[in-house]
Design a protein around this ligand. Structure first.
Ligand SMILES: Cc1cc2nc3c(=O)[nH]c(=O)nc-3n(C[C@H](O)[C@H](O)[C@H](O)COP(=O)(O)OP(=O)(O)OC[C@H]3O[C@@H](n4cnc5c(N)ncnc54)[C@H](O)[C@@H]3O)c2cc1C
Length: 457
């Protein structure tokens, strides 16, 4: 019988799993190496999270994440909205009333720390959970092929099962890994958070979500987040040392000033920075297969199993989906941990693997195109990717809008637009003479590097 479960790691996957499992009646120990969140949300920006450095970068929470939160943890979802997170309804194009039978679809941008703060608040109220902060799991304790607990600094916590939610640099999974596929995402992030000053209207959530991804040679975006905060981010090729200067505050500011679309929010008197410019390098797409000898009761979820390019904004959804699937599998097979483990692997293969492959393909294409631009070999403008064309044509045919948004929000499969019906509807829109609107470009690569040089490069 399974009674006690250790959840190793308190990021998105671990916090979600700990809450769901405790609500099923398991005695849960959540072990997190970083310290606890601050008492007050106003102080969340100062929360130190070295165990999950991506917390200091912008996060979009796609429809799948919002759907899982709303349906599986409705109290947490409501609490998040009560604490300054605004959702965007995606069921119909802006200004159009959604059909009565449209699938519920919304997404939001928020500081990761705010989402975690709200999850921790729910955990504090939840009977059956002990949260251990500032403690690192060193090893999974195994006896006769079964998990018996975890070794933490100086002690053992007994358990019948261990959920490994320690993230992309899991210190635990290596012992059980058979194969690992890994490829570079092809970008380095440079981000900074700001807060709007009184009276300045919020930027729209989807103002500039990574608009320059095409042949620009770099990416950039401004993301509206919770409580009148927003983030500016640039992404560049890892080998591009000219844009490597984005790590300097002054150079970052000069680059942000070169983007006309950012000006209404960055102009003097409109916003103030609430943190430093922070980089994040070493980003990879990764996929793990476990050995057949993996002990019964070792249950990895989230980034431990698969990481994807942050530009695509998908990882948090997969982390919460893993927690939800684990909870369902424990409900069905609680006493048979091998069946739970097999179910988790099947879920990852069925629902995450196709997106992993989609992301790897996108990264290869984007890296090739960015390199051509950086090397001074601009290419003819590429045709719009079918998913983007379908979304834009959705302004004319709302059925196409719904299909495109379900896919973009991970609520339909990557190949879900590749059907005769979607192609026919798209052809019908194009046959009316409609042309996709020209998306307003950001600065060219030369304009951006000139702005950095003018700043003193
Ligand atoms: C720059 C960047 C931007 C991103 N932007 C987005 C986005 O916009 N949208 C999106 O959906 N996804 C985004 N992602 C991906 C997303 O952040 C991850 O997929 C998600 O955090 C995975 O959650 P997780 O719980 O599996 O791991 P994590 O969130 O990494 O959590 C792991 C936790 O385990 C703890 N830990 C580690 N080792 C130990 C140990 N030995 N003992 C105890 N605790 C330990 C860590 O401190 C951490 O709290 C981004 C990622 C990056 C890098």
């Amino acid at each position: 019988m399974v009674a006690r479960i250790v959840v190793a790691g308190g990021g998105i996957a671990g916090l979600g799993a700990a809450l769901l499992l405790a609500r099923q009646g398991y005695a849960v120990d959540l072990v997190e190496r970083d310290g606890p969140p601050p008492e007050n949300l106003e102080d969340v920006q100062e929360w130190r999270r070295p165990g999950a450095p991506q917390v200091r970068h912008p996060h979009m929470f796609l429809g799948l994440f919002r759907h899982l939160l709303h349906t599986r943890l409705p109290d947490v979802h409501a609490d998040l909205l009560a604490h300054g997170v605004d959702e965007v309804d995606m069921t119909a194009p802006p200004g159009v009333e959604a059909p009565a039978d449209a699938t519920e679809l919304a997404s939001f941008g928020s500081r990761r720390a705010t989402v975690e703060w709200v999850l921790h608040r729910a955990l504090r109220e939840q009977p059956g959970v002990r949260v251990h902060h500032g403690l690192s799991v060193r090893e999974v304790v195994v006896e006769q092929g079964r998990v018996r607990g975890v070794r933490v600094d100086g002690a053992v916590i007994d358990a019948d099962a261990v959920v490994d939610a320690t993230g992309r640099r899991s210190p635990l999974v290596g012992a059980f890994t058979k194969e690992m596929e890994e490829s570079p995402c092809g970008n380095v992030y440079h981000s900074r958070f700001y807060r709007l000053l009184d009276g300045v209207p919020k930027p729209p959530t989807f103002l500039v979500p990574v608009v320059f991804a095409g042949g620009a040679g770099f990416g950039g975006g401004l993301y509206a987040h919770d409580n009148r905060t927003f983030a500016v981010v640039f992404a560049r090729l890892p080998e591009d040392e000219t844009l490597g200067r984005l790590r300097e505050t002054g150079a970052f500011e000069a680059a942000a000033d070169a983007v006309a679309q950012f000006e209404p929010w960055l102009r003097p008197g409109h916003a103030e920075p609430i943190g430093d410019v922070v980089p994040m390098a070493g980003l990879t797409n990764s996929w793990r297969e476990l050995t057949p000898e993996t002990p019964s009761g070792y249950l990895p979820i989230g980034d431990v199993l698969c990481t994807t390019d942050p530009i695509l904004g998908r990882g948090a959804s997969f982390a919460l989906a893993g927690a939800a699937e684990l909870s369902d599998l424990m409900e069905q097979h609680g006493a048979d941990l091998d069946a739970v483990s097999a179910g988790l692997r099947a879920h990852a293969e069925r629902t995450i693997r196709p997106w992993y492959e989609d992301g790897v393909h996108d990264d290869v294409e984007r890296t090739r195109s960015w390199r051509a631009t950086v090397d001074g070999l601009p290419e003819p403008p590429a045709a719009l990717p079918p998913a983007v064309l379908t979304a834009l044509a959705g302004q004319q045919d709302h059925g196409l809008w719904e299909r495109a948004q379900l896919r973009a929000n991970l609520m339909a499969s990557p190949d879900s637009l590749d059907t005769p019906e979607v192609r026919e509807r798209l052809d019908a829109v194009l046959a009316t003479g409609w042309e996709p609107p020209v998306l307003s470009p950001g600065p060219s690569y030369t304009e951006l590097t000139d702005a950095l040089a003018a700043h003193g490069g």
